[in-house]
Design a protein around this ligand. Structure first.
Ligand code: BES
Ligand code: ZN
Length: 619
């Protein structure tokens, strides 16, 4: 009897202590496994950054200190990510400590290990960036719009912030920050923070970012820029010669913010500004909080490419407020953002416009699926990028398959229910991170089970390709375009009347759907009628150049225009589309001749992508 009692007593102790430690584990393990960061945030984590830096255009270096408030969960070391930085000295509170750098990994850089005590409150790293720093692009005056002053911008997403600030560079981390940035007197500095509207006389700028953000969203631009407000809380930064044009182009910014708030709840970042960067900026836009970074190639003169602003604005909810926990969950950022972007576009300009955009994305998706036909794994929404560059997952699958999933879901449950669900989703997870798995649980509880709807969520997220129950997107306008195109091919005659009120999206659809058997004579006819070779619209020009290369059209001195485009514009999506066209039509030598001239103008993320396409090896 006694024996049994003792035994059950022991079992009981084990049971309670086992379950206790389990409980503790789930309580303290707030952060999930992260393949693209050396940091161990469950052990010790940064909470606030104080950056004190000088931007030196002479040596092309940023140097200074990064001081962090930390939360130590009983660790003796805190680990930060660094890459291509020179670390001089490190302090724990006021005391200099002996740090160590882990071995260098081509993608991830080196772990910076800093010894700390249980009571350590802050750590300070003295450092400078180097020539290899990938986040920064230093531009000469010649590479800017005004051609009078140099320019600098940063690009942090996905894992480049560690190349200009030593930091725990995982999207699960959130920090508030202050920054003191010293720049040459003639230039203005702006960040993803509360920003100046005028230059200071001493070139010192003090920033405050009260809302906690992920490290990939810390951003800085320095140039001879000015500010012009669109509304009380929206406005434009640009070089003088671009400011008016940009201001007109983006005059609907306030309407976009209001429409977004009507859909999914308050805008939590106070200010929504856009800075128009020089044309080498590698993206269309980057959703840096409070200050979206944008390419000048969206200024078409007719507001036809402003869905980009709606997209970056939408990230203020999907991405910046509710953030993908790891880059494997990237679709949670981009798929939701495309969905939200098109809802904003629909609210402002109607269903026609939104559906044309959706169909362009649908075709992008089809082309991406074709490109991945030998690696179907890459067509799943939930990715496995361990050991790979997160850039590998940053393609149309996350954007357009993600969009199609959400649109299909909306059509299945009905818009009203879906909107309520999304609004609650953003509100209840504001300023936190989301994994795909947690999203599925939330979706089941708060939408599907609640309304007793069955849906093949797992198939959409964990299986390759596109499920059968996909939403069917149609557009009468695009049907018209297709009809005009097939009649042209049949009759060899251009009907200018049919195209006279086409929008940019209709032109893009027209060009992208040329049949394989289109002849150079037919391309000549089109160019003579519409002068696409000299189009001022960067999107139309880009798709036309792609087709010209593919079908060997050489009229109208198009080669000069293509070369000028590729050397001037560094937007990765545009230039990689054109370089892929050369590659796929066996014109690598021709492409290489242009690329040698263009490459010095590209930011590292664009150069890396094009290097891969053409098999270019830097000397
Ligand atoms: N966050 C992305 C840009 C990005 C993605 C940078 C992955 C680094 C890694 C941004 O919101 C975006 O999607 N930009 C698109 C614009 C868009 C309208 C789809 C772009 O740059 O083309
Ligand atoms: Zn995006």
């Amino acid at each position: 009897m006694k024996k049994i009692n003792l035994l059950s007593f022991l079992v009981l102790i084990c049971l309670t202590s086992c379950s206790d430690s389990k409980k503790e584990e789930t309580m303290t393990k707030k952060y999930v496994e992260e393949p693209h960061s050396f940091a161990k945030p469950n052990e010790a984590v940064v909470t606030h950054l104080n950056l004190d830096i000088t931007v030196d255009f002479g040596t092309k270096q940023i140097k200074g200190t990064a001081t962090y408030d930390i939360n130590n969960n009983d660790a003796s070391v805190i680990v930060l990510d660094t890459k291509f930085l020179e670390i001089h000295k490190v302090f724990a509170d006021e005391k200099e400590v002996k740090f160590s750098l882990g071995s260098f990994n081509e993608q991830l850089g080196s772990a910076l290990k800093i010894p700390i005590g249980v009571d350590t409150k802050t750590i300070t790293v003295h450092y400078n960036t180097t020539e290899k720093t990938e986040a920064l692009q230093w531009l000469t005056p010649q590479q800017t719009a005004d051609k009078t002053h140099p320019f600098l911008f940063t690009q942090g997403q996905a894992i480049l912030t560690r190349t200009w600030i030593p930091i725990q560079d995982s999207p699960q981390i959130r920090v508030t920050y202050n920054a003191s940035v010293k720049v040459p007197n003639s230039l203005m500095a702006v960040m993803s923070a509360q920003n100046p509207k005028k230059k200071t006389t001493d070139g010192i700028y003090n920033f405050k970012m009260r809302q906690a953000i992920s490290p990939y969203l810390i951003a800085l631009s320095v140039g001879n820029i000015e500010y012009k407000a669109v509304s009380e809380r929206t406005g434009i930064y640009a070089e003088k010669s671009l400011l008016e044009k940009a201001h007109q182009e983006f005059s609907d910014m306030e309407k976009m913010v209001s429409a977004a708030e009507n859909l999914y709840g308050t805008y939590d970042w106070e200010q929504f500004d856009v800075i128009v960067l020089p044309p080498s900026f590698p993206f269309g836009g980057m959703e840096n909080p409070r200050l979206t970074f944008a390419t000048p190639t969206v200024i078409a003169g007719d507001k036809s490419l402003t869905s980009l602003i709606a997209h970056e604005l939408a990230h203020s909810w999907s991405g910046n407020l509710v953030t993908n926990a790891t880059w494997d969950d990237f679709w949670l950022n981009e798929g939701f953002t495309v969905y939200f972007e098109l809802r904003i576009m629909e609210a402002l300009y109607g269903k026609d416009r939104a559906n044309m955009l959706a169909l362009i994305g649908r075709q992008d998706l089809e082309e991406e699926l074709e490109g991945f036909k030998d690696s179907p794994e890459d067509t799943k929404l939930k990715l496995n990028l361990k050991g790979r560059n997160p850039d590998d997952g940053m393609n149309s699958i996350a954007y357009d398959k993600g969009y199609l999933f959400l649109r299909t879901l909306e059509e299945t449950v009905g818009r009203e229910r879906f909107d309520t669900f999304l609004k609650n989703y953003f509100r209840s997870h504001a300023f936190s991170t989301m994994t795909t798995e947690r999203f599925i649980t939330y979706l089941n509880t708060n939408l599907l089970d609640k309304h007793q709807v069955t849906f093949n969520t797992e198939e959409w997220i964990y299986k390759a390709g596109i499920p059968k129950n996909q939403s069917k997107i149609t557009s009468d306008r695009f049907r018209g375009v297709e009809k005009t195109l097939s009649e042209f091919i049949r009759k060899n005659k251009v009907d200018v009347d049919m195209t006279k009120d086409w929008t940019t999206q209709e032109w893009v659809h027209f060009v992208r759907n040329f049949p394989k058997e289109i002849t150079t004579d037919q391309l000549t006819l089109i160019d003579n009628a519409f002068d696409l070779t000299n189009s001022n619209n960067s999107y139309i020009a880009m798709v036309w150049f792609e087709k010209a290369i593919t079908y060997d059209y050489r009229g109208n001195n198009i080669d000069d225009n293509i070369e000028a485009f590729l050397t001037n514009v560094g937007r990765r999506w545009y230039v990689s589309t054109i370089f892929k066209a050369y590659k796929n039509s066996d014109k690598v030598a021709e492409a290489m001749a242009i690329y040698k001239k263009a490459r010095p103008n590209y930011h590292s993320v664009t150069a890396n992508t094009v290097d891969d396409i053409l098999g270019y090896k830097a000397e």
